[in-house]
Structures are given as structure tokens and as C-alpha cells.
Design a binder for this molecule. Structure first.
Ligand SMILES: [Zn+2]
Ligand SMILES: [Zn+2]
Length: 547
């Protein structure tokens, strides 16, 4: 058998989100992570995006296992979509398995998928891949990186990591294991590039505690902390702060409640029963005695904070004197939405504290000096930067070159690129599709770029509907053409425009033409509206024919 190994990033290479990497040896494949990505502002109506895993679907009999490095959505969110097509066990640590179970349950896949819990420090043989899990610090407990021994050499996958010496759970990154990999000899390192343009070190999670203390001391009314439902370590810090300041804590929203319950049950979240109250109870308590923890720090309109900012939350509203803490930074692309949410919360009378004002959030990812340290300790022959936009991957490559890794030993590649190693030599072997699959409500993959372009056109220029009543025999108009517009022109001011349009339609109907009348009216009106208004509304023409 040849000793060629292939590494194919299917997500997260060239973007922040939907992480997924495939490692292929002979007839065997190992999948690492299965995440989602949040849509950008111009992707109207799209809930989230998943990797294109058609390659895995086509080769399903060769997939030996799926390993998930930690419980964040950009690593776990697409697990239900993946496991509909793949029949292989899923391996993860305790907390990650718990979070995956919540997702698989909701998708009705819990019985079908074999979830295997393995701990950091343990190893498992998956086909020809000997996988060792090592602990890394990140913004969720029980995160791991992977050492993967293959017949072609050792591959190290960093997972999402930072080198925090004072993490919330007192469990630092496993430097010893990284050094051991280094001494064994590492063929390739795949490493997190998120903060490749941040100089220095990422601050420890410990800096958040004093910031929260100040917020809790100054707040007179209720405190609402917005965070990701998967940011378990932030839940822990908020719980500790509540305890220190004599408040009780309520988790709000299904994913928050489910994840908190799971993390407490498995021992990753240490919150005494007396500290927790149910949301209904919390709403009846004195405002100065409660903290509510909810989702929506990215401005998502249907999250709790999103609804609160718009006054559309069912159970309760923002009240004067509330303090809202946004404990996260906007994911690139979400800034505008987040700032709008912050403004609306202020408008409703809340005091809003976000990371530009106080250090209520620190990154869970390594900065430049930590990235260099990882490279120095692991001493890989090759580097494949992952988990970043192209600019982050490029910057990661520059950092690696600064500490002596030759440029031709670094593969800056985007999703779908096949990186192969043959007898230790790295080569790029072409590309498979690595694009976006849009998930819109429960519809997967049916919404393509064309539908998005239509939505954009509708949002930008609106719609015009034209109804024609025609004589069946002669094709003459029996009534004045009816024109209804929405989002295009304000009809009362558009009298002239619409009566000119009606004249144009009468003229078209009275003249001979090729093709269908509807099509011709649509084309001519589109031109007419554009010359008059510089807009291109979507035009629908219906003709009824009668005697
Ligand atoms: Zn993460
Ligand atoms: Zn991530």
C-alpha cells in the first residue's frame, strides 16, 4: 500500500465558521468537526450554512469515524446533517458528547448515531488512525486537540486553543503532550489561525471576573448577560459573580437551559441548586436580586436579546434600569447587526455594556505569540493553517516563516483543496467542491445563489404585479390593466408613472408580437421602470382570458 495521506479541509479554511477537515489514507477517512457558519448580512433569509459534504456522502463506506474537538456551533452545528448520510461512530469528550446528544435528540437521530465518549489524555484506534486527545484551553470546557498517528506520519490538529495559565476550570493546555509530539516528529500541524493578526498574548479568562464584579456592584436593577449557549465557562463566571453579589441566576431560552442542564449534570458547570431560579420566578423577584443569562450577542433577530431589542419578546420586556452585558465580540460580518441591537437596547432604557466599554469578554483563541509557541513546541515539518479567513491563514504562514519554517512547507489553502503527503513530500493534488450549502428553515441545499439574488432584488427594488383582462378571441384588453406594487414606489405619488405604464401596456397589447404576451409585457415594463426610476422591481404578469 502506498504511504500517501491526504488532508482536505472542507470548511473553515478561508472563512470563520463551519469547520470540517477530512484525513484520508488508502480506503479510509477520518472526519474532524462538523460545524455551521452564520450567514452574512446579504444572505437574506438564510438561517445558517453547512459545509458541502458531498465528497463524504459519495464515499460514505470509507468513513471510519468522526471526531469532534469541542462543543462550539462552528464545530458541532452540522452534526445532524452529516449523520443523516454517514454511518460511523462519533467520538468526543464528555461535555462535547452531551452537547451533541442535545442536537441529535432534536433531530430525531439519537438512536441512529453511536456517540463514544473519550477523555483528554486517552487514545482510540479509528481504522488506521491512532487518535490521541489532548486538552486545550478554549472558551468552553473539555476542548481537545488531536494527535493522529497514521502509517504516513504523525499529524497534529490544534483544535481551537489558547495558552491560558489561569483558565476558569483550572485546566491548562497540555504542554507536555505537545512537547512529546514534537520529540516524536510531526509530519504536519493543522492549527487555529483566528487571531493571527493579534500581536502578543490573548488575555486570560481570569480578567473577566473583576470586570463582572464592577458591573454587578454598579447595577441597581436586573442584569442580563448575553452570550453563546455553548460558552459554558462564561456561564460559570456569571454564576460565581451572582453568588458573590447576592443575586440568583436564571437561564433563558431553550438552548441556554438545555446546555446548562447538560453541563451541570456532567459536572462541567458548578452551580448550586439554590443559586438557580426558573425564569418565571426570576421575573417576580426584586430586580436587584436577579441575573438572566440569554442568547443573542450576534444581533440574531430571533434570539432573546434580538427580540428584547425590538420589543417582540413574549415572556418579558426590557425595563428601565436593566443592565445588559454583551459578553462576546461580534463575529466578523455581524458588526452592523450587533451595533443596531445595542442602540435599540439603549433606546428601551437599558444600560448596555459591551467589550468596547469593559473587558467583559476575552477571546478563546491564541494570539501571535501563542501561535509561535505552539510551532516551537510541536516543531512540525509542515503547517496547514486552518480556522480563519484567507488573511488569517496568510498571516499565520508569515508567523511560521518568521520562526524558520520554509515557505514551501506551508500550505495556505482554501476549502476543498487536497493536500497530499507522499514519503514526507507535500503537494497540492487538486480540488473538490468546498462551497456553501444554505440551510433555510428546514430546507437544506435547495436555496442556491439564484434564490438569494431574487431575495436581494425583492428587498432592494420591491415587486410589481400586473393583471390583464383579455378578450379570448381578439386578445384585446377588456379592462384597464391593474398594477399593484409593493416596496417599489409609493403609489399615491406614482400616479403618473403607473398611468404611463398602463398606456405602455395598452400599446404592447394592441401591437403584433412574437412569444407570449406576459413575457413581452414583463420585459418592456422592466425597461420602462428602470429608465424612469433606476429600479428593477420583480415583475409578475398575469393575464385572464374570457369572452
Ligand atoms: Zn471554539
Ligand atoms: Zn471554532
Amino acid at each position: 500500500m502506498s504511504k500517501t495521506i491526504k488532508i482536505i479541509p472542507l470548511g473553515g479554511a478561508g472563512e470563520i465558521g463551519k469547520n470540517m477537515t477530512v484525513i484520508e489514507y488508502g480506503e479510509n477517512m477520518l472526519v474532524i468537526d462538523s460545524g455551521i457558519m452564520f450567514p452574512e448580512n446579504d444572505m437574506l433569509g438564510i438561517d445558517y450554512i453547512i459545509p458541502d459534504f458531498n465528497y463524504l456522502r459519495e464515499n460514505r463506506s470509507r468513513v471510519r469515524g468522526v471526531v469532534i474537538t469541542h462543543g462550539h456551533e462552528d464545530h458541532t452545528g452540522a452534526i445532524n446533517h452529516l449523520m443523516e448520510d454517514i454511518d460511523a461512530p462519533v467520538y468526543a469528550t464528555g461535555l462535547t458528547c452531551g452537547l451533541l446528544e442535545v442536537k441529535l435528540n432534536r433531530a430525531g437521530l439519537a438512536d441512529k448515531v453511536k456517540l463514544v465518549t473519550i477523555n483528554a489524555g486517552d487514545s482510540v484506534q479509528i481504522g488506521p488512525f491512532g487518535v490521541e486527545l489532548f486538552h486545550v484551553c478554549h472558551s468552553i470546557p473539555d476542548a481537545v486537540g488531536l494527535g493522529i498517528t497514521t502509517p504516513a506520519g504523525l499529524i497534529v490538529h490544534s483544535g481551537d486553543y489558547k495558552f491560558d495559565h489561569t483558565p476558569v476550570d483550572n485546566w491548562p493546555t497540555d504542554f507536555g503532550k505537545l512537547a512529546e509530539f514534537g520529540s516524536r516528529g510531526v509530519l504536519a500541524l493543522l492549527a487555529d489561525s483566528t487571531n493571527a493578526d493579534e500581536p502578543g498574548w490573548t488575555p486570560s479568562e481570569a480578567v473577566i471576573d473583576p470586570a463582572f464584579d464592577r458591573v454587578f456592584e454598579e447595577a441597581k436593577g436586573r442584569i442580563l448577560v448575553g452570550s453563546f449557549a455553548s460558552l459554558i465557562s462564561r456561564m460559570q463566571q456569571v454564576a460565581h459573580a451572582a453568588e458573590r453579589h447576592g443575586r440568583q441566576l436564571a437561564f433563558v431560552g431553550r438552548s441556554m437551559v438545555d446546555n446548562a442542564r447538560m453541563a451541570r449534570k456532567l459536572g462541567y458547570l458548578d452551580v448550586p441548586d439554590e443559586l438557580i431560579v426558573d425564569i418565571n420566578q426570576a421575573l417576580k423577584m426584586r430586580p436587584s436580586k436577579v441575573v438572566l443569562m440569554c442568547t443573542g450577542t450576534q444581533g440574531e433577530p430571533y434570539s432573546i436579546l434580538g427580540r428584547l431589542s425590538q420589543g417582540t419578546n413574549r415572556q418579558f420586556d426590557i425595563q428601565k434600569g436593566d443592565t445588559v452585558v454583551l459578553s462576546s465580540t461580534p463575529i466578523p460580518g455581524n458588526e452592523e447587526l450587533v451595533h443596531r441591537t445595542i442602540n435599540r437596547l439603549f433606546q428601551r432604557g437599558a444600560n448596555v455594556i459591551y467589550d468596547a466599554i469593559a473587558p467583559v469578554h476575552v477571546s478563546g483563541h491564541a494570539s501571535q505569540e501563542e501561535m509561535k509557541l505552539l510551532l516551537q513546541v510541536v516543531r512540525p515539518e509542515h503547517l496547514i493553517p486552518i480556522h480563519g479567513e484567507l488573511r488569517h491563514l496568510m498571516q499565520h504562514s508569515v508567523l511560521a516563516q518568521e520562526i524558520g519554517l520554509p515557505k514551501h512547507n506551508i500550505a495556505v489553502v482554501e476549502n476543498g483543496t487536497i493536500v497530499s503527503f507522499n514519503e514526507g513530500e507535500m503537494a497540492i493534488e487538486g480540488r473538490i467542491p468546498g462551497g456553501y450549502i444554505f440551510v433555510d428553515g428546514s430546507v437544506v441545499g435547495d436555496v442556491g445563489p439564484r434564490v438569494l439574488r431574487e431575495r436581494e432584488a425583492l428587498a432592494r427594488d420591491g415587486v410589481a404585479i400586473i393583471h390583464l383582462m383579455l378578450d379570448c378571441d381578439e386578445g384585446n384588453l377588456l379592462e384597464e390593466p391593474d398594477i399593484i406594487t409593493r416596496g417599489f414606489v409609493f403609489t399615491e405619488d406614482a400616479g403618473d408613472l403607473l398611468s404611463d405604464a398602463r398606456s405602455l401596456i395598452r400599446e404592447i397589447v394592441s401591437q403584433p408580437f412574437d412569444g407570449t404576451l406576459e413575457r413581452r409585457v414583463e420585459e418592456e415594463l422592466s425597461k420602462f421602470f428602470y429608465t424612469q426610476t433606476r429600479r428593477r422591481p420583480m415583475i409578475f404578469v398575469f393575464a385572464s382570458r374570457s369572452n
